[in-house]
Design a protein. Structure first.
Length: 430
């Protein structure tokens, strides 16, 4: 046997052991630290201030755009030139950590970005904090039938069921679902979603209707006070004044319809009620909670959450958590104020079903505000009507008065145009 081969065989165990005790800890530590660095980097890029965003973008660009060997060479041989001396292990650990962090940050950022804006708003609208919304939208509940939350979001987006990245008034989602549902109500004030309901828990949740017996109010204000109070609400987007001194009071357990032309401020007003949009000035009262707004002022997060915990919103898009069951979705938050942004036109059978459901909610003490162009639906559901145009209230009052005998000329023209449009649609359908 040649001398060099014998020397290699004798040295091999020592060399392999030395490599093992160096590379295994290096691999484990660099991956763990790299994942942490990637998470922090991704969160900064998505939610951080602009100077930090620019800094981490440069870091990701550098470490994804240069070879790993070059990075290790510069760290081990370049840092000593500025007085930083590192042994092989810490130099390699720093290099691998920074490299892994740059790549994993893009993966994490893509996962978080796969959830549409509306999913975040749906979470916030029922009082979730940022961390709760992150868990609800990105983690899957247990069970073999559930896939990763992010993958399901991406799948639904590809099928056209999510308006990812679009404005909250995006209208590219398919029309109404034709299936029927069992309507459930729970007596628990706020139940965060978890696993499937046990048989005992399901027994405590009665189905609405004859089998469920008479509905009992979940929550009542003392003395029968009004539930929602808006006083001189203004909302600006830059120089554009969208809401102009809106003042309105809405009674507890009532159904109020917001009507008016597109762009009149209906959806913005709904979003201001549960603070998805923060009013520029004015004051808002929900139940016994009151908030005042001032130009340039910042509303504390805890005050926003107190309002949102009493409110919910039925979005134009589905905005359900696709990785959770129907029960888990509806149990995320039971509210006392419900807002409906512009439900689409419904056929007579489904419209009557909606009327029945909303009537049941009202009897349970839920106060509802809806924005709609459907006069037929609004006249059956709403007790009060508020007509908005160009961000200001033109007329308000009982639905029978505003729809059948409006006082203002602008209201008369708008109601007439909607009736003509509905007549043309019915004629076309016939």
């Amino acid at each position: 046997m040649p001398h060099w081969l014998q020397l290699m065989l004798e040295s091999l165990p020592t060399l392999l052991w030395a490599a093992l005790i160096f590379t295994v800890p290096l691999t484990l530590l660099s991956f763990a630290l790299g994942l942490i660095a990637g998470l922090v980097t991704a969160l900064i890029r998505l939610f951080g201030p602009k100077p930090l965003v620019a800094l981490v973008r440069f870091y990701v660009w550098i470490f994804r755009g240069t070879p790993l060997l070059v990075q290790l060479f510069l760290i081990f041989y370049g840092l000593p030139s500025v007085g930083i001396l590192l042994d092989a292990f810490p130099a390699a650990l720093i290099g691998f950590t920074l490299n892994i962090g740059a790549y994993t940050s893009e993966i994490i950022r893509a996962v978080i970005g796969s959830v549409p804006k509306g999913q975040w708003e749906a979470s916030y609208s029922i009082g979730m904090t940022w961390s709760e919304a992150m868990r609800r939208t990105h983690t899957s509940t247990s069970g073999p039938r559930r896939g990763a939350a992010a993958l399901q979001h991406l799948h639904l987006a590809g099928q056209g069921h999510l308006a990812g990245g679009r404005h909250h008034r995006a209208r590219d989602v398919p029309g109404r679902a034709a299936h029927r549902r069992h309507h459930l109500r729970a007596a628990d004030p706020l139940c965060r979603g978890g696993g499937a309901l046990s048989r005992a828990e399901l027994g405590a949740v009665g189905t609405a209707g004859a089998a469920g017996g008479a509905a009992q109010p979940l929550w009542r204000l003392p003395g029968g006070q009004f539930m929602i109070g808006l006083t001189n609400i203004e909302k600006r987007f830059g120089d554009n004044l969208v809401l102009k001194g809106v003042t309105v009071s809405i009674d507890e357990g009532s159904v109020t319809a917001l009507v008016g032309p597109s762009g009149g401020g209906k959806s913005t007003l709904l979003r201001c009620i549960n603070l998805l949009e923060i009013p520029t000035s004015g004051s808002l009262r929900i139940g016994e909670e009151t908030l005042a707004f001032h130009p340039g002022g910042k509303v504390p997060a805890k005050d926003i959450q107190r309002i949102r915990l009493q409110t919910g919103m039925v979005f134009q898009n589905f905005q359900l958590f696709p990785h959770r069951t129907a029960i888990e979705n509806v149990m995320e938050g039971l509210v006392t104020v419900l807002k409906w942004p512009e439900p689409r036109a419904l056929d007579p059978e489904l419209a009557q079903e909606v009327v029945d459901v909303l009537g049941q909610l009202a009897r349970e003490g839920t106060t509802m505000v809806m924005a709609t162009h459907d006069l037929r639906l609004a006249s059956k559901i709403a007790e009060e009507v508020v007509f908005l145009d160009a961000g200001a209230i033109v007329e308000k009052g009982p639905a029978s008065v505003v729809f059948d005998n409006p006082e203002r000329e602008r209201t008369k023209r708008f109601i007439a145009s909607l009736r003509q449009e509905e007549a043309q649609k019915e004629g076309g359908d016939a």
